[in-house]
Design a protein around this ligand. Structure first.
Ligand code: SF4
Length: 480
């Protein structure tokens, strides 16, 4: 509650929250005093905004010093031309962070910048260390002090312990001590570094821009800034970019891949290609598979925009039922401040998603969404569609029931909030008030990928965790 009002994040409140987005750039041909690296990072972060809306930040290096600007808010709220002018240098890294009330503190914004014996280092991180609690206790016992609750600070402390070693050796040692899903961009005064967990849970890709390089969470950020996609960073790989060019070290033997399947379902942008699979194509294929698994007589197929759109198009293609735009999304609504009454919550939904009465009135409607987390938004959307005159609303979900918590960087861990952890499909149908409810099966979801279930983490659907989770693990992504 803020000032007697509830901060309602609208529809996004009922979605899995992506951990973060990271971006790093090295531009050897830029003038050391130019702001080109920071400016490009700004646009890259814009393209990654969907991965986190709580805070944003950029650190730049001119070869001697690292400058930093970060704050709470969207990229456009935190960074402007004046800020970019104060971030000179040939290198920069940036970060966007997801909203999480419990861990929401300006101190946890990233990048984090540290001075240590070896010089300065800036770090930005996407993911979650499953042994963070243990590592933090160990470091604290050895005298480390912490200003934040971010895993990133654990990485920085571990780096500091190996600061006398060559950079690749120091990062290798850090990677041997940490466990979990992570994609990190890091910058010393004169080198840009990227590394990815040995199972490749969190995404990280490499691109080329002029004579320079970019590391980014998703390829859509490369396209946006005019860079060329080179490849994904391999699981367990360290990339170091500096005056001697790009060097790659496969420091941890890449285990069987465990790429987060939820990236393809919801987190990533449809125009991104992650680990060789285009997100839009995967979502469309899941929509087609869902249609094969759940035949329902209906007049129209509509999407819950935007994340349900690709799957809805696939559903319509396969079923032969007409795709219509039955819900209009207002893209200009940010956080909505509402009084905590049902009437006002309904208003908040309508502010973001309004039914097109002319399209749905009297129709048997198939509504496709990517996932159901808590079910509260689905319930409200079904309700507004019925109020708009829909004769029937059949909800189709292009992912299996989300029944298990994620420990690798996604905020689902309050499993009590996962409706599928408490109710069966019929119970969820009754809760949301739909005429029928169908989820894609786990096998059906895997069937749309050439590799089948090999190479993916789908633990939030099947409970098969690719990295053992022991003891205390905090609930959320970038917290200890
Ligand atoms: Fe992704 Fe789910 Fe695995 Fe977490 S548990 S990494 S959200 S697939």
């Amino acid at each position: 509650m803020e000032g007697g009002y509830q901060v309602f994040h609208g529809l996004d409140d009922d979605k899995m929250k992506e951990a973060c987005g990271v971006f790093g750039i090295y531009l050897p041909d830029a003038e050391p005093g130019s702001n080109e690296a920071a400016r490009t990072t700004f646009y890259g972060l814009y393209a990654l905004q969907h991965r986190g809306q709580e805070s944003a930040g950029i650190a730049s290096s001119n070869g001697n010093d690292i400058e930093l600007h970060k704050g709470m808010g969207l990229v456009s709220e935190v960074i402007n031309s004046k800020v970019i002018d104060q971030l000179p240098g040939q290198m920069a890294i940036g970060h966007v962070r997801y909203p999480n009330g419990e861990d929401s503190h300006p101190l946890n914004t990233q990048p984090l910048v540290f001075r240590y014996l070896g010089g300065m280092v800036a770090l930005a991180h996407n993911g979650n260390l499953v042994n963070a609690v243990e590592l933090r206790k160990k470091l604290a016992r050895e005298g480390s002090i912490f200003q934040t609750t971010a895993d990133t600070e654990i990485l920085a402390n571990l780096m500091a312990r190996h600061c006398q070693e060559r950079l690749e050796n120091a990062v290798t040692r850090v990677m041997s001590e940490i466990k979990g899903g992570y994609a990190v961009v890091m910058m010393t005064e004169n080198q840009l570094v990227g590394f990815r967990d040995p199972r490749g849970i969190r995404p990280l890709c490499l691109g080329r821009i002029n004579d320079g390089y970019i590391l980014a969470s998703e390829s859509c950020a490369l396209n946006t800034v005019g860079a060329e996609f080179i490849r994904d960073v391999n699981p367990g790989e360290i990339i170091i970019i500096g005056s001697e060019g790009l060097k790659s070290y496969q420091v941890r033997e890449a285990g069987v891949g465990a790429h987060c399947i939820f990236e393809y379902i919801y987190f990533a942008r449809p125009d991104s290609t992650i680990d060789g699979i285009n997100v839009n194509r995967a979502r469309r294929a899941m929509g087609r598979q869902l249609a094969r698994e759940s035949r329902v007589d209906a007049d129209i197929v509509i999407a819950v925009p935007d994340s349900g759109t690709s799957a809805a198009l696939g559903y319509a293609e396969e079923s032969g039922i007409l795709f219509e735009e039955g819900l209009m999304k207002n893209r200009y609504v940010g956080r909505t401040f509402i009084q905590p009454t049902q009437q006002m919550r309904d208003l908040a939904v309508r502010l973001k998603l309004n039914p097109v009465a002319e399209v749905v009135k009297g129709k048997r409607v198939i509504m496709v969404d990517d996932s159901i987390v808590r079910g509260t938004t689905s319930k409200m959307i079904v309700n507004v569609l019925k109020q708009a005159g829909a004769a029937e609303v059949h909800m189709m979900v292009a992912s299996p029931p989300t029944s298990y918590a994620c420990y690798y960087g996604i905020d689902t861990s309050r499993s009590g909030e996962l409706i599928a952890a408490r109710l069966d499909v019929e119970g969820i149908r009754q809760f949301i008030g739909a005429d029928s409810l169908h989820y894609i099966s786990v096998e059906g979801m895997f069937s749309v990928f050439d590799a089948g279930e090999e190479g993916f983490c789908a633990a939030c659907f099947n409970g098969e965790y690719p990295i053992l989770v022991e003891g205390e693990v905090m609930d959320t992504c970038s917290t200890e």
